[in-house]
Design a protein. Sequence first.
Length: 126
Amino acid sequence: MGFIIIAICLGLIPAAIAQSKGRSFVGWWLYGAALFIVALPHSLLIKPDVKQIEREQLESGTSQKCPFCAELIKAEARVCRFCGRDLPTQESAQLISEGQIPGMSEEEVQEAIRNSRERLGRIPRS
Ligand SMILES: [Zn+2]
């Protein structure tokens, strides 16, 4: 009985390491409890599952994806640390979706839209 408890406790070590690399905690816990001697070096050697870690960071809201270069950056970031571009804040994204641009009056926005339509020519006027 004591051996089982020790095995379950030891199994937590590779499980914690594997989880930090984006792997299944429960799966590695069982693996670690059954085969601790193998699971511990294995958990240290596996490569982090970058996609899984990214997914978790996006879901938890601590990170966002840069709309320009698609790299993962902090949710509070105003400037992308990879491509250096200014990121739209939630407020400005909301305003732009409503047809307003921060720092521009509605007439200036309409004027800019007219100008760009005339330049492009091929976009049908609404
Ligand atoms: Zn970027």
